[in-house]
Design a protein around this ligand. Structure first.
Ligand code: ADP
Ligand code: ZN
Length: 519
């Protein structure tokens, strides 16, 4: 192992291995197969780069993103490592030169796009090599339909492994629920591989969720109060919202820059470079921003729209606090986020099975937002890790009291029943509050027995209850028919008065927002 350590120090310039790196490197350098689950920023790259240098021959790295590949290769070359990449953008003469270098043993690492790897020409090229050092499969969750970016070509990689079974293979990912993990073992033939599972916990991240009221104002208040002058990232669902939010933050005196796929390359590059180099810039972005971004001192990641899965959420929020210093994941969400995302999934082009997967993940995300217990525990449990309440999230620091909501819930459910499950939340709430507006009178709902029976709560209170009931699957939002609220079977005992229900009280936004600052 002395040799691996000297490569770490002399080539990469780091004094010591981090976490399991040393063990993983030793195992793979010795010819073992490995499955590595390590959170983003944990240092996965070195786990195959150093064995690639320790073993004879060229190491093949399969990676799904061309941009990421090019960054990695550039960084390696800068460190004096013989690395190259082959993808759809590689010119034929460059490809020939790369092949020559590989055959003559001048190349240590070759990054390849998955579709390229399985072409007959590439297989011939592999067969002509004197030695393959290892196969590294980066972003290995792409092999699974359960993953958030499924790549069918990844499932073909097994062909390579059958042909070169003695070549060690190391699969790496930051995100893997139980199903994805099973798929990786199966398709990448890693049943005998040693699994290195690093904790997904990010102890220096504080988790906070607030109910959406006026997202931009809430965001500004959060930044000004908790992180004035700090670098941060704000994720939004749409390009338009990115532009609006960035402009609005600037008007309010912050240095905010937009980033989304609708901007020109030059603009995006300029903004990204400014964010990386300078302090105190707030990057307002769609999820297009962040792959491969490695800025250690991002103090907060804010989501002003609900992320579509726990994987997305974890990866995006994980870009905060890579330097190990305190940082915050701040999420602002409302029922409309849920409705909007459900609609996007339902109306998308994915296959039916895939849509179900996406809806399940969205549900898990809603569960994170609506939980009354430790948020970290909830995320880690999703990634298959058991843990104790953390003390470092809003719910741990101020456990939300629950209250007996049986009576208001009964009122709500019977009101939904009386309007025949054909109306959206806003209409149902109008009826409960006794607002005889045009729509309510048009449908004769001012004559219902439930008209005006819910005046003890306000609009916000009812919305909070509806969200919690959706999260608990007592209600469903029917997005096909005008976002009507539907009752599920689970409502029956409540409607019959056979069951009690406790809910989180209406969160007081100000109180919850200041939780972090008071620590
Ligand atoms: P991942 O692929 O797991 O997201 P990377 O391999 O990109 O993570 O590494 C994240 C950052 O941590 C990089 O800046 C990398 O140089 C740095 N890093 C990795 N290993 C070490 C180490 N042993 N000591 C210090 N920094 C490290
Ligand atoms: Zn907690």
């Amino acid at each position: 192992m002395q040799h691996a350590l000297s490569i770490l120090q002399n080539t990469f310039g780091y004094p010591a291995f981090r976490g399991m790196q040393g063990d993983i490197i030793e195992h793979v350098a010795d010819g073992g197969h490995a499955l590595v689950l390590m959170p983003t920023g944990g240092g996965k790259s070195l786990c195959y780069q150093i064995p690639a240098l320790l073993r004879d021959g060229v190491a093949l790295v399969v990676s799904p993103l061309i941009a990421l590949m090019q960054d990695q290769v550039a960084a390696l070359q800068e460190a004096g490592v013989a690395a190259a990449c082959l993808n759809s953008a590689t010119a034929p003469e460059d490809a020939r030169e790369i092949a020559r270098m590989a055959r003559s043993g001048e190349l240590d690492l070759l990054y390849v796009a998955p579709e390229r790897l399985l072409s007959p020409r590439f297989l011939d090229f592999l067969a002509s090599l004197p030695q393959i050092a290892l196969f590294a499969i980066d972003e290995a969750h792409c092999v699974s339909q359960w993953g958030h970016d499924f790549r069918p070509e990844y499932q073909q990689l097994g062909l390579l492994f059958q042909r070169w079974p003695q070549v060690p293979r190391i699969a790496l990912t930051a995100t893997a629920d139980a199903e994805t993990r099973a798929d990786m073992l199966h398709f990448l033939q890693l049943q005998d591989a040693r699994q290195f599972v690093t904790s997904f916990d990010r102890p220096n991240l504080f988790y906070q969720v607030v109910e959406k009221d006026s997202a931009k104002k809430q965001l500004l208040a959060f930044i000004e109060h908790d992180y004035p002058g700090a670098s941060g990232i704000v994720y939004c669902l749409s390009r338009k919202r990115v532009d609006d939010t960035a402009a609005w933050l600037c008007e309010n005196g912050l240095r905010a820059l937009p980033y989304h796929a609708g901007m020109s390359h030059a603009e995006r590059d300029a903004n990204q470079r400014a964010f990386l180099r300078e302090d105190g810039i707030v990057m307002v972005a769609t999820i297009a921003f962040g792959m491969g971004i490695d800025k250690p001192d991002v103090r907060f990641v804010a989501h002003i729209d609900l992320p579509k899965s726990p994987e997305n959420f974890y990866q995006e929020s994980g870009r905060a606090g890579r330097d190990g210093l305190p940082a915050t994941s701040w999420l602002c969400y409302g029922l409309n986020d849920m409705v909007q995302l459900t609609q996007m999934i339902e109306s998308g082009d994915s296959a039916e099975q895939q849509k179900q997967v996406e809806l399940t993940k969205l549900d898990a995300m809603l569960g994170y937002c609506e939980t009354a217990s430790c948020r970290r525990q909830q995320i880690l449990a999703y990634f298959g890790e058991a843990s104790a309440p953390c003390g470092q999230c809003d719910n741990c620091q101020r456990p939300p009291a629950t209250f007996d909501a049986t009576v208001p819930v009964q009122k709500l459910l019977s009101c939904i029943y009386r309007v025949e499950q054909r109306f959206a939340a806003s209409h149902v709430i109008d009826v409960l509050l006794g607002r005889a507006n045009q729509s309510v009178t048009h449908f004769g709902h001012d004559k219902l027995s439930t008209f005006g029976i819910g005046r003890e709560l306000n609009q916000k209170g009812w919305r909070s209850i509806i969200r919690q009931l959706v999260a608990r699957k007592l209600l469903v939002v029917d997005i096909v028919r005008g976002q009507s609220l539907l009752l599920t079977d689970a409502c029956r005992p409540l409607l019959k008065g056979q069951q009690q229900i406790a809910l989180r009280p209406l969160a007081d936004d100000k109180k919850r927002q200041s939780v972090h600052a008071e620590r």
